[in-house]
Design a protein around this ligand. Structure first.
Ligand code: ATP
Ligand code: MG
Length: 286
């Protein structure tokens, strides 16, 4: 029987779109139409399960799913026995403690004896323990920010991105206790066949990610400027240099880190670069 890798992704939420795009950019086709709970790829040995993010680590631990994508916050909070396969760089957020805006805050010691509402009792518990603080953790599953105003808790510990939700609930952020991004987790005992499929996916992800930070640059210049321009584009190790129809002019082509390019754009023009084209790269295979 041909093995298929079962991939668990969030059904709908802040991880969904980037998770699905990751596989689509790797050329893995599947239909994730609304309401679907499962989809089989038409061109790659993979099957997708669309789940609540909280359930994904458990499914991966049990081997019901072979790999899954969750936030590090959920991975650490659920503490399941799974492999950390790869950090993915999207869905970045932080887990913070917030208190009513009217209160003053000096240090974490002020949380001693207070009650803190959170959906992350494990991560919060670790933080308090590391800081030698004893507080009452009040676990609730949602709408955490409302807890102080209804008298349920003194403080909250929740996911923050912009801080807008905290502000509108009269709270201020006082401690960042955990920083999170999306992570691919995996079943620790994959069969060699499944591990092989996973390796193919990881190879493709690397190729896509490498390409994202780099650009293909084409520019024209006079022959005598070549050396100077190479110095200004440190990533340009071995540019292709093609003669132009005009005598003494060349076209230089290379792949560079996008950041290097923007830092040096003015200097490049001063050095005699003209007609500069910056093109996206879809994949980079080494
Ligand atoms: P589900 O219905 O699947 O249980 P959820 O409501 O628990 O979804 P979401 O709000 O969709 O979860 O967030 C999923 C993950 O995305 C979070 O666990 C966190 O890692 C990350 N995340 C949360 N808020 C943000 C944000 N504002 N910006 C970026 N990433 C975030
Ligand atoms: Mg959830």
């Amino acid at each position: 029987m041909n093995e298929v890798l079962r991939i668990a992704v969030q059904k709908s939420g802040r991880l969904s779109e980037d998770s699905l795009n990751l596989f689509k950019e790797c050329g893995i086709k599947f239909d994730n139409g609304a309401g679907k709970l499962k989809a089989t790829s038409s061109n790659f040995p993979a099957e997708f399960l669309f789940l609540r993010d909280d359930d994904i680590p458990g499914y991966v631990e049990d081997g019901v799913a072979d790999i899954g994508i969750v936030g590090q916050n959920v991975h650490v909070e659920t503490s399941k026995h799974v492999n950390e396969v790869k950090l993915l760089g999207f869905s970045k957020c932080r887990l913070s403690i917030a208190i009513p805006r009217s209160e003053t805050y000096g240090s974490v010691k002020e949380l001693e004896g207070k009650s803190i509402a959170t959906s992350y009792p494990v991560i919060l518990g670790n933080f308090l323990k590391d800081n030698g603080v004893t507080a009452h953790i009040h676990e609730i599953s949602g709408s955490v920010e409302i807890a102080p105003s209804i008298g349920l808790a003194h403080a909250v510990c929740d996911i923050v991105s912009s801080g807008g939700t905290l502000l509108s609930n009269g709270l201020k952020e006082v401690e960042v206790i955990f920083r999170s991004e999306a992570i691919m987790i995996g079943y620790p005992n994959l069969s060699p066949e499944k591990q092989n499929i996973l390796n193919q996916i990881l190879f493709r992800i690397d190729s896509v990610q490498r390409a994202k930070n780099r650009k293909y640059v084409v520019l024209n210049t006079k022959q005598e400027n070549i050396a100077l321009i190479r110095q200004l584009l440190p990533g340009m190790k071995a540019p292709s240099i093609l003669p132009l129809a005009d005598e003494g002019w060349v076209s230089m082509h290379s792949v560079i880190e996008e950041q290097d390019f923007w830092q040096n754009i003015e200097k490049l023009r001063d050095a005699g670069a003209e007609g500069i084209l910056v093109l996206p790269i879809e994949k980079m295979i080494f």
